[in-house]
Design a protein. Structure first.
Length: 281
């Protein structure tokens, strides 16, 4: 079979399975199976595939048709233009989460920030992206899952940031005694009753612990926000990712805890996605 015909078959199979971007996903997976980049793939449409090559493509397409995300199949997901490895204990980074990196950098116009804390670090994408942009900074990432911590450590090494990033297993703020200039978090915020309604890519493949935020999705914010002032340096900044319809409630929790200049930022889809505040002393 020619490559272009194989791609047509793969695209149809993914479309029938309910995949959102079947043409793009078919090309990405075929390129991976063949060891090609996307440009090389486009120049080889007339290429005849060997039986081994077709089998490799079919295997990846079958996984995607079962709604396994492309990033998990490839083992990598790009975030902030950087490659992040994934495993079963990590949430797959989403473009919406880049809103937190954008806002953090906007709140640090001089790029002066010495010490960062990332709560629920997962792949380490937030902490490592910020360290990539803040060359004088160091950071600590905390996650309850030891496998997530191991993946974050691998990602730091891949990006050449392992000398400035440290990751450890922990339950939120337990045992943390130092103070920070910036604390950032993408905590679980899906209401427990909504999890069954999520897309298969999320419900079946993202870890439940990274999704379930309790009855209304706000349990992690209620737990963390009152405790954060004690861990912040003067003029310290806190940024949270939030779910749909949660921004105003999280902003109110931050004001009650003494944060000033509480700001909400929407993602590219127009959804309020980030809540930030500054601690004035």
């Amino acid at each position: 079979m020619r490559l272009q015909d194989s791609l047509i078959v793969a695209q149809k199979r993914l479309a029938e399975a309910g995949v959102d971007n079947p043409a793009l996903d078919a090309r990405l997976l075929a390129a991976h199976a063949l060891g090609l980049d996307r440009t090389a793939l486009l120049t080889q449409n007339e290429r005849d595939l060997s039986a081994k090559e077709q089998t490799a493509i079919d295997a990846l397409i079958a996984r995607r048709a079962a709604r396994e995300p492309v990033g998990r199949i490839l083992g990598l997901r790009e975030f902030w233009g950087l490659p992040f490895g994934l495993n079963e204990a990590t949430l797959e980074p989403r473009p919406d989460t880049e809103t937190l990196v954008e806002m953090a950098l906007a709140l640090l116009p001089s790029r002066h920030c010495e010490r960062l804390l990332d709560l629920g670090t997962g792949t380490g994408c937030l902490l490592l992206s910020l360290l990539h942009e803040l060359p004088a900074a160091t950071g600590l990432g905390i996650d309850l899952a030891s496998r997530a911590v191991a993946q974050a450590q691998d990602n730091a090494k891949r990006l050449g940031l392992d000398n400035r990033a440290r990751f450890q297993t922990g339950n939120w703020l337990d045992g943390i005694e130092e103070t920070f200039d910036l604390i950032i978090s993408n905590p679980p915020y899906i209401p427990a009753s909504d999890i069954e309604t999520l897309a298969p890519e999320v419900k079946q493949f993202d870890p439940l612990a990274a999704l379930d935020g309790g009855a209304d999705g706000l349990d992690p914010y209620r737990h963390l926000i009152p405790r954060l002032p004690a861990l912040l340096n003067p003029e310290g900044i806190v940024l949270f990712e939030v779910g749909i319809g949660q921004a105003m409630q999280v902003a109110a929790l931050m004001r009650e805890a003494g944060f000033d200049k509480v700001t909400i930022k929407a993602d590219l889809g127009g959804i309020d996605r980030c809540v930030a505040g500054i601690l004035r002393r």
